[in-house]
Ligand binder design. Sequence first.
Ligand code: PHE
Length: 340
Amino acid sequence: MLERLEQIRKTAETGLKNLQNMKDVENFRIKYLGKKGELTQVLRGLSQIPENERPAVGKLANEIRDYLEEQLQIIEKKIKKEEEEKKLKKEFIDVTLPGRRPVVGKKHPITRVLDEIKEIFIGLGFGIAEGPEVELDYYNFEALNLPPEHPARDMQDSFYITDKVLLRTHTSPVQIRVMEKMAPKLPIRIIAPGRVFRRDDDATHSPMFHQVEGLLIDRKVTFADLKGTLQAFVLQMFGESVRMRLRPSYFPFTEPSAEVDISCIICGGNGCRTCSHSGWLEILGSGLVHPKVLEMGGYNPEEVSGYAFGMGIERIAMLKYGIDDLRILFENDFRFLSQI
Ligand code: PHE
């Protein structure tokens, strides 16, 4: 019996050396120490062996069991530690690696120019007004002194929803909407930024573009007020070295009307491709509000007067950022947008 125990001890010892993982440990435990394990069998069978041999066999069997249990505990601990380390290594985060920079968005060039324009006019005492992009023919044309057969409608061919509803071709309808809301209160002093639509599509015209309308109505407003305000705007927007000039023009909703040019900010007025060698760039249309328009808005042209202007934002953004094809502003190409 003692010999058999020595045999068990020997095989168990080599077995111990080969334990690789927790599964092995479990199998080993079952094989020797489990209910039907080899060592357990010996201890159970003690009653069957001669009495004089019993103490020695029992002692040795207990020794081997204690030894195996002790060894198993050590090995188990070791394996658990190794497995833990392996897991940690897999999930290891190298905190010294440089971080991945998140892509931070920025304002679209149109928004930036709009913000700048708004800020200047807010500084001059103007408020912000808005109107719908889908507009009634009445506000877009009729109330602006452009009756149905008026030839000037041709210049602003639009997208019609129905005969009487269209995508607004300019921000001027906001003039009427604001007057209707305010009349007979004075003064009106607003700018109205927003999207407008025309049937145009080439390198310098997009079917959708942006304008900022300006409207001031009060007593005794003159052309000098208009010119002074625009001069202040041009100074702040383009800098001290840029000159401004007014050119007589025609709009059905202003009388008199003027187109406003600034000296070319690319060539300084000497003449270049951008200004078609004229030295001047047109930036907006303006004039004194036509008496009929004042009347349509609910004001008495005998008592009040006003000025209005409208400028194209894309034009100004193109000049400011040296963009030669307007369409790129609306292609959402990140390579372009992240340059600005
Ligand atoms: N609405 C005109 C346009 O789009 C510009 C303008 C606005 C002219 C206000 C005069 C007064 O061309």
